[in-house]
Design a protein around this ligand. Structure first.
Ligand code: NAP
Length: 278
């Protein structure tokens, strides 16, 4: 029997690419997005249902899940991909802008998860794949709010995993690197962020901009393909593995975080973000 995946945020980037990939692999795909006019050539596949889902709107979450079950009979995998990055100096971000970041990246994923769980429990099966980030494991300068949201998503996923294991439901975390070869960059610092310029930070911003420029040059050129492959692996490998780190650009810093002492980790990250900044 064909399997079915529901993906949030398929209007662009990883979400669109992963929707195409699952469809090409013969899966039924519930490709959800805020604005279904952005579906593009996802419309050309018979096994793709395009439906509205705004993770900030519970009614659309329920209706997308119901439409998917009505069309394909069941849902096997949910990919919580919808998200964006509120990048900038913490002090310059309003409470409202921070709240919206958490509404989408954290509460949105939680609301989709809560809505699908009765169906997964009834099936005694299901996989939830949460798209985190390298910034879900380490705090990046200029990304303290985004990192906080992805740390929250990781803590949620890790704790939830234990609750669901005995019910036959798996939880997975994907940690893409900072390649930003999607629509992600265009949204960073966009109108939704509401950031105000504080001049005292300008020298810091100039220096850290150069550090990020170097990191982008070192990013995996095929990051999107690698992330898509990791999401498909997480959906199909039948293991209880929790984390997938598909891009090489993020590995040195993740290894420093997870395989060395706190002191060594801090020395390493200082060499990236502090020394070059003095
Ligand atoms: P993207 O091209 O900007 O895609 C983001 C998607 O999320 C879009 O489809 C967007 O829809 C959707 N979205 C935003 N707010 C939403 C809401 N309230 N409800 C439903 N959908 C919403 O960027 P991307 O890189 O593919 O991002 C996908 C995920 O990967 C995000 O969770 C991001 O944090 C994560 N990530 C990206 C990178 C990277 O370097 N690209 C690295 C690490 C992690 P609209 O078109 O309607 O705005």
């Amino acid at each position: 029997m064909k399997k079915t995946v529901l993906i949030t945020g398929t209007s662009s980037g990883f979400g669109a690419a992963v929707a195409h990939f699952f469809a090409e692999k013969g899966w039924n795909v519930i490709a959800t997005m805020r604005d279904t006019h952005k579906a593009g050539d996802l419309r050309n596949s018979d096994n793709v249902l395009i439906t509205k889902l705004d993770v900030q709107d519970a009614v659309t979450i329920e209706s997308a899940i119901a439409a998917g079950i009505e069309r394909f009979g069941r849902i096997d995998v949910v990919v919580n991909n919808a998200g964006y990055g509120l990048f900038g100096i913490f002090e310059s971000a309003s409470r409202e802008a921070i709240q919206t970041q958490f509404d989408v990246n954290v509460f949105g994923a939680m609301d989709v998860t809560r809505a699908i769980l009765p169906h997964f429990r009834a099936n005694h099966a299901g996989t939830i794949i949460n798209i985190s980030s390298g910034a879900g494991a380490i705090g990046f300068p200029m990304a303290s709010i985004y990192s906080a949201s992805k740390f929250a998503l990781e803590g949620f996923s890790e704790g939830l995993r234990y609750e669901l294991a005995s019910l036959g439901i798996r939880v997975k975390i994907i940690e893409p690197g900072g390649a930003m070869q999607t629509g992600f960059m265009a949204r960073v610092g966009g109108e939704s962020t509401g950031l105000q310029l504080i001049e005292d930070y300008l020298p810091f911003l100039g220096k850290i901009g150069k550090v990020y420029g170097g990191m982008q040059e070192a990013a995996d050129p095929d990051a999107v393909e690698k992330v898509v492959a990791a999401i498909f692996e997480a959906a199909t490998d039948g293991t209880d593995r929790l984390r997938y780190t598909p891009t090489n650009d993020i590995l040195p810093i993740l290894n420093a975080r997870r395989s060395s002492s706190e002191e060594a980790y801090q020395l390493f990250t200082n060499s990236l973000f502090v020394s070059q900044n003095e």
